[in-house]
Design a protein. Structure first.
Length: 219
């Protein structure tokens, strides 16, 4: 297969498997999505979805959030991990939203990256999922699969994002971002990987990845 044929094969299979694409993090608007994505750093979506209802019951907008102290926020979000940094980030970005944007989440990645505890991936997820603006946030699943499929050299997420944007049509970025995440969880995990279930990697995967898989299985 040529690179273009491999890309088309991956797109086709992902669309067949995930014609309807659920958003992993529960939210109701751009602000609650921003908070949920921030909380998901080095945690799981399942854990975050258990905690956000408790937090949003007390504060689901920046004006109510700044009425809480950083310690109060920290106590609620402890189970997701990194609570000292995340609680300061949530309070700080809420205060900044009120002071600079009248409580309204901006739609530009560069503006979002100015907020405390908000990096490029978090900003990209928000513009993609909250506003429908084309972006290609790269998480561990996407980084892993782009390497396994031979679509990136796998050196870092910055390069992986550039390669994804170069290979995939822009109008598909938002869907593919979520489809690849779900595929990685369901069929191509980092641990307990079964190549027979992973039809995309089995068909188009990088030779070194496949060779290493079979070597591991033999040992």
């Amino acid at each position: 297969m040529t690179k273009a044929e491999k890309v088309n094969f991956a797109i086709q299979k992902l669309q067949e498997l995930y014609p309807k694409i659920p958003v992993p993090l529960d939210h109701k608007d751009p602000y609650t999505l921003l908070i949920a994505v921030l909380l998901s750093a080095q945690s799981t979506d399942v854990r975050v979805n258990k905690i956000t209802p408790l937090l949003f019951e007390k504060a689901d907008n920046p004006y109510d959030m700044v009425k809480l102290s950083i310690d109060e926020i920290r106590e609620i979000i402890k189970p997701v991990g990194l609570s000292p940094m995340k609680s300061k980030g949530i309070y700080g970005l809420s205060k900044m939203l009120i002071e600079k944007y009248n409580g309204i989440v901006p739609r530009e990645i560069k503006l979002l990256e100015e907020f405390p505890a908000v990096g490029h991936k978090t900003a990209s997820v928000v513009v993609s999922q909250a506003f429908g603006i084309p972006a290609f946030p790269v998480d561990t699943h996407i980084h892993r699969l782009m390497y396994r499929w031979g679509f990136t050299n796998g050196k870092n997420v910055v390069q992986t994002e550039k390669d994804a944007k170069r290979l995939f049509p822009k109008e598909l970025w938002n869907d593919l971002h979520l489809q690849i995440i779900w595929y990685g969880r369901d069929y191509s995990p980092a641990r307990g990987w079964n190549l027979d279930r992973d039809i995309i990697t089995k068909t188009i995967g990088r030779k070194t990845v496949l060779d290493n898989y079979f070597k591991t299985k033999k040992t």
